[in-house]
Design a protein around this ligand. Structure first.
Ligand code: FAD
Length: 214
């Protein structure tokens, strides 16, 4: 990567502001930027990224899997992870390390996307040195997890470190009579079919619970 180093004191136009979705990207960015970044995904990746250089943000299984997929189209696919180590499985790590189109950079945090109508550059902080670098890519794919909208209940029921609701095997939360199902639940597979199935399970469990409590 031919990336330029810049100092934190240099002024850049801010293009990010807080925004919240039910399952929001953990990275905060304005709607316009999300549109710029995701619009190409709605079409065929090949049409937009053939022969291009793209950045995948997030060194988990999703980032690694999707990064490998993107090498079918893009010439260069780099993964950046803000922790000192990636979290992807060993098998995926090995596949990526064997892929000549891919690199992995750890301990670097993406701070800002800069651009008017299209992505121009990305500000990335080297967390070891504190220096902010300017990385140039044709496209960015974000796989940094989701934030559940559990604020409403987080003081009533047990949630994990990320805010997902803990349940037992009947999908009851730590609070008697309160159940959770779908993506908001810790350990959910975050898939539509699973969420629908859990909805059915919860309905049956509530019926059972109501019978028991009279
Ligand atoms: C980009 C993307 C692609 C995906 N692709 C797939 C795929 O290909 N296959 C697949 O199986 N799954 C896919 N998923 C996952 C799938 O969408 C989810 O697993 C599924 O929608 C979860 O259903 P849910 O009912 O738990 O949550 P949601 O679908 O998120 O529904 C939650 C609902 O609760 C509402 N809500 C939130 N807070 C409140 C409140 N306080 N009061 C009232 N209502 C509230 C929200 O508005 C929302 O309508 C994808 C997800 C995303 C984001």
């Amino acid at each position: 990567m031919a990336n330029k180093k810049i100092t934190k004191s240099e002024k850049y136009k801010k293009v990010m502001s807080p925004i919240t979705f039910v399952y929001s990207f953990r990275l905060l960015m304005p709607l316009e930027m999300i549109k710029i970044l995701t619009e190409p995904l709605i079409g065929i990746p090949e049409a937009f990224y053939k022969g291009k250089k793209v950045l995948v943000i997030g060194g988990g299984n999703s980032g690694f899997e999707e990064g490998l997929f993107l090498t079918k189209f893009a010439d260069q696919v780099d993964i950046v992870e803000f922790l000192p180590e990636v979290k992807a499985s060993q098998i995926l790590q090995e596949s990526v390390s064997r892929n000549e189109k891919m690199t992995v950079t750890v301990n670097h945090a993406v701070k800002e996307f800069i651009g008017e109508n299209t992505l121009e550059t990305i500000l990335v902080e080297n967390r070891s040195t504190g220096e902010v670098e300017e990385w140039d890519y044709d496209g960015v794919f974000v796989f940094i997890g989701l934030t559940p909208n559990s604020d409403l209940v987080k003081d009533m029921v047990e949630v994990n470190d990320y805010g997902f609701i803990e349940t037992d095997k009947t999908l009851m939360t730590s609070q008697n009579g309160i159940f959770a199902s779908g993506d908001i639940r810790a350990d959910s597979t975050k898939q539509a079919a699973a969420a629908a199935g859990e909805g059915v399970t919860v309905a049956m469990m509530i019926r059972q619970y109501l019978k028991e409590v009279g």
